[in-house]
Ligand binder design. Structure first.
Ligand SMILES: [Zn+2]
Length: 477
């Protein structure tokens, strides 16, 4: 293709405050329709909005974390349009004077995506379409959002998804949002355009609205790149549209002709004073900034001597990182941090993901996993048995020690019984012994396998290896 895609992303991220942006209604997800509403968020005449201080603090925290320029004075505007889910007839947002400009998201060591701006705004309600009628649920009206707008400089669907994962990880680390895509607290609009390779002028863009999974972001962008490419290659022109992505068919379809910002008749909201951020307030928030994912990954590599890839994965989620550190502190140095990391990533995480555990209180807590790893470190059990014990733990939440005692899984380290079993295995397999002695070294593994099988994995593997080597050498003589 002679064209290259240019992608800009707009993310709506719901701030994890307990009340809405301009009223005291609760923000709990999944409540019965229209049970979290009041005259303010329903847009009744004569009501007045009051800004949620914590939502502003969270927004500032994000701005500081991405190295953006904070505007100490910003303005709330009314974005005016009619839609049944918008009871006031306008949305309160920030337009020409947002609280934050610039900044960047670090995706990995080599990739950064610059931001245009971040602004505060309220969410709209939701229309629900039944077979006989449509309904409005205003629980979501007035929920506190930050909109994070990237520069149009992402060049592939995969890179777009990577950016979103990094941004989601960041807001979760900062504790300002749960980043829950399924519940709509992290939603993405993607602006996609194509331009001739080697040129700098942006082509006409289309905006794909409300993508709610990383997979759908990739699918929708790839579909759109293909669609626009086909039109341009045939000499056609792209019409600026707002599109919806249909996950079932994998296609985008026009929702409406793209409106321009002047269509909304933005005006400063006369009911809200300018948002002013004092230097003291900014400094206080700055001092309370938690460790960011990149810094945390660097510390993990340095402190725990674990590979970059493990550190990146463990720190992609604040709760997962805390879990790893907690297990590691409880193993009393009996196993290396690298082994702990392997267990958290290789055994714990897949199960936790599949069963959708809350990582702040997982079914296998840090003490349980640490107990298992200590038995491994003390050579009470082999790593093979450790996996069996882990599976047993999943069933009933017993401690590793209790499982090992109950099932008699303690590793055999007694040399004489290992030697006896090895002799038995060698004698029972004369053909394999002959092959080994004639130079087929690989047969060694066969003998190890037999010993482990007959002992149900309970023989200490290191001892089996050394005694078997010795015994086979004796047969050679
Ligand atoms: Zn309300």
């Amino acid at each position: 293709m002679q064209f290259e895609p240019i992608i800009g992303l707009e993310v709506h991220c719901q701030l994890a405050t307990r009340s809405k942006l301009f009223c005291s209604c609760a923000t709990t997800f999944g409540v019965a329709a229209n049970h979290q509403v009041c005259p303010v968020c329903l847009g009744m005449p004569g009501t007045l909005p009051v800004i949620n201080t914590l939502a502003v603090d969270y927004a500032v925290r994000l701005a500081l974390a991405v190295g953006a320029k904070l505007n100490t004075r910003s303005i709330f505007s009314r974005k005016q349009y009619f839609y049944p889910d918008l009871p006031k007839g306008y949305q309160i947002t920030q337009y020409d004077q947002p609280y934050c400009e610039g900044g960047e998201i670090t995706v990995d060591q080599n990739t950064r995506v610059r931001l245009t701006r971040i602004h505060l705004e309220e969410d709209a309600g939701k229309n629900l379409h039944g077979s006989d009628a449509s309904y409005c649920d205003y629980n979501r009206a007035g929920m506190p959002l930050v909109e994070i707008v990237s520069q149009p400089e992402i060049t592939s669907a995969v890179a777009a998804a990577d950016y979103l994962r990094s941004l989601r990880s960041l807001v979760r680390h900062l504790g300002i949002s749960d980043g829950n895509l399924e519940e709509g607290s992290f939603r993405c609009d993607a602006n996609v355009s194509l331009r001739l390779k080697g040129t700098t002028k942006l082509g006409t863009r289309c905006e794909i609205k409300n993508l709610n999974s990383f997979r759908n972001v990739e699918r929708a962008i790839n579909y759109e790149i293909q669609r626009q490419g086909d039109i341009l290659e045939q000499g056609g022109q792209i019409v600026q549209h707002t599109l919806l992505f249909d996950a079932d068919s994998g296609r985008t379809a026009p929702m409406r002709a793209k409106e321009e910002s002047h269509d909304y008749r933005y005006m400063p909201d006369p009911d809200l004073p300018p948002l002013c951020l004092s230097a003291d307030r900014i400094e206080k928030i700055s001092k309370e900034l938690p460790e960011l994912p990149q810094a945390m990954a660097a510390r993990f590599i340095e402190t725990y001597s674990i590979p970059d890839s493990s550190a990146t994965l463990l720190t992609s989620d604040r709760d997962l990182a805390a879990y790893f550190e907690s297990v590691n502190s409880m193993v009393d140095g009996k196993v290396a941090a690298k082994i702990v990391a392997n267990w958290v990533i290789g055994e714990f995480l897949p199960v936790a993901t599949e069963l959708k555990w809350d990582l702040t209180k997982p079914n296998i807590d840090a003490a349980h996993l640490a107990g298992l790893l200590k038995l491994l470190g003390d050579d009470v059990i082999s790593s093979k048995i450790a996996k069996t014990v882990f599976e047993e733990m999943l069933k009933n939440g017993e401690s590793a020690k209790d499982i090992v005692d109950r099932l008699g899984l303690t590793q055999v380290t007694d040399q004489s019984s290992i030697t006896a079993l090895i002799d038995q295995v060698i004698d029972a397999n004369p053909e394999q012994l002959r092959q080994f002695l004639s130079g087929k070294e690989k047969i060694f593994g066969f003998f190890v396998g037999q010993v482990m099988k007959l002992s149900h994995g309970k023989m200490n593997p290191a001892l089996v290896n050394s005694i078997l080597t010795e015994k086979l050498a004796q047969r050679r003589e």
